[in-house]
Design a protein around this ligand. Structure first.
Ligand SMILES: Cc1cc2nc3c(=O)[nH]c(=O)nc-3n(C[C@H](O)[C@H](O)[C@H](O)COP(=O)(O)OP(=O)(O)OC[C@H]3O[C@@H](n4cnc5c(N)ncnc54)[C@H](O)[C@@H]3O)c2cc1C
Length: 388
């Protein structure tokens, strides 16, 4: 009933065309769901999933049709991120979204025709896999501390250094890479497209994680790797600014996916608790659980409204929505920890087995307050905005 109420309210936001994309993504995600446990166990999912997503247009929703994208507004991305949670596989969802919305938008914005033709178009089609390479062992939250260098030598950059935590890292065909081209600090960073068949490049170990297991997360090494200067994205030493701008879409996706993931977990818990009996009655008949569930649904609705408010601002004024986006990620990410903890608790021992999606969802959710900027970093940004 409440799902229906939400969609009634949102009728002024979502058109029939949005709903059509929603249906496409839902069918796609539901077709992946039966493999979730297996792919988490394998620590990877088949490469062909990228191709299937590409064929459906999902890897280019917001991208320019000239590069094979659909050229649609960000509310379509909301539909994509919300429905993808039905795959019950956060790792796979993250891998796809890194491709569609984190590694490639900046190429669409700043890449040359050659770069768009050779990297962006195949990524949108699902023929190439992309990664975003910003974080390093010594610089995650502190992006300005990155140390991977790109020294200019004629028409090339010569790259040396290391990246860590890179999603899609073991099999990316190219990386949208942050490198140091200038002085220490935020003013000396540039972005470029790095093809992974470049000599001197190697993938270190694939990291063993507690959640998002079906996505590969890798450490990467660069040893005198030569990349043409024309693969640079935007002006030299302007990379920090572009990374921060790029973060806005990433953080908004995190908030949207968190809200949808929480709602799905609560709905599943209600279904489970209505069937599972203890002391002669369904778990959901105990007042403590009824109250917990409606409290969570209330908070989720608040998180959704804040997130939609941020999306609206982002659509209307893309460069001026930092406050709202930061609040949405902070609020939804922190809330998700409490909501999933309680949902898992409701399953008792079954919630502790990986056969039930809730166990995986609980560990997957832990990433939301860490990746794409931690909750503490969100608070630092907001403190600055508020002049504190
Ligand atoms: C599964 C996974 C996938 C990832 N994928 C990618 C990817 O594809 N590409 C990529 O570039 N990166 C990726 N990351 C990296 C991610 O963005 C970083 O892990 C994150 O930004 C935090 O950086 P860090 O791990 O270095 O933590 P640190 O920066 O070392 O932070 C450690 C702790 O200190 C806190 N802290 C830091 N600064 C402050 C401060 N100013 N005030 C208060 N507290 C502070 C943090 O909040 C945190 O709690 C991924 C990470 C994970 C775990």
């Amino acid at each position: 009933m409440s799902e229906q109420r939400v969609s009634m309210q949102d009728r002024d936001i979502f058109t029939d065309d949005h709903r059509a994309i929603r249906q496409t993504v839902r069918r796609f995600a539901e077709s992946l769901a039966p493999h979730a446990e297996e792919w988490d166990h394998d620590g990877i999912f088949p490469r062909e999933v990228f191709k299937r997503a590409g064929d459906l247009g999902l890897l280019g929703i917001g991208h320019d049709p000239a590069s094979g994208g659909l050229g649609l507004d960000w509310w379509y991305t909301v539909c994509y991120a919300e429905e993808l949670v039905r795959s019950h596989n956060a790792g796979l969802n993250m891998a796809l979204m890194v491709q569609s919305d984190m590694a490639t938008p900046i190429i669409g914005e700043l890449g040359s025709d050659e770069v768009k033709r050779n990297f962006l178009a195949p990524a949108i089609a699902g023929d190439m896999i992309s990664a975003l390479g910003v974080s390093e062992p010594g610089g995650g939250s502190d992006v300005a501390a990155i140390r991977t260098t790109a020294r200019r030598d004629g028409d090339d950059y010569v790259i040396n250094g290391q990246k860590l935590w890179i999603t899609n890292g073991t099999r990316a065909d190219f990386i949208t890479l942050a490198v140091r081209t200038g002085d220490d600090g935020y003013g000396g960073i540039s972005l470029l497209v790095f093809p992974t068949d470049t000599k001197g490049y190697s993938v270190g170990k694939k990291l063993s994680k507690i959640g998002n297991k079906s996505s590969d997360t890798a450490e990467l090494f660069f040893d005198d790797c030569r990349v043409p200067v024309r693969y640079r994205l935007g002006d030299e030493n302007m990379g920090f600014y572009h990374i921060m701008t790029n973060f806005q879409g990433e953080r908004l996706i995190a908030a949207v996916a968190a809200v949808a993931g929480m709602e799905l977990a609560v709905r599943d818990a209600i279904r489970y608790g209505s069937e599972r009996k203890a002391f002669g009655r369904p778990i959901t008949r105990f007042q403590v659980w009824k109250h917990k569930l409606v409290e969570h649904l209330t908070a989720i609705e608040a998180a959704r409204r804040l997130t939609y408010f941020a999306v609206d601002k982002f659509v209307k004024q893309p460069k001026n929505a930092v406050r709202e986006i930061t609040m949405a990620k902070l609020f939804a990410g922190d809330l998700m920890q409490r909501v999933l903890y309680d949902c898992m608790q409701m399953y008792g021992g079954f919630g502790y087995t990986t056969e039930y999606p809730i166990a995986r969802a609980w560990t997957d959710a832990r990433l939301i307050t860490i990746g794409g900027g931690t909750s503490e970093v969100m608070k630092e940004i907001l403190s600055k905005i508020e002049g504190l």
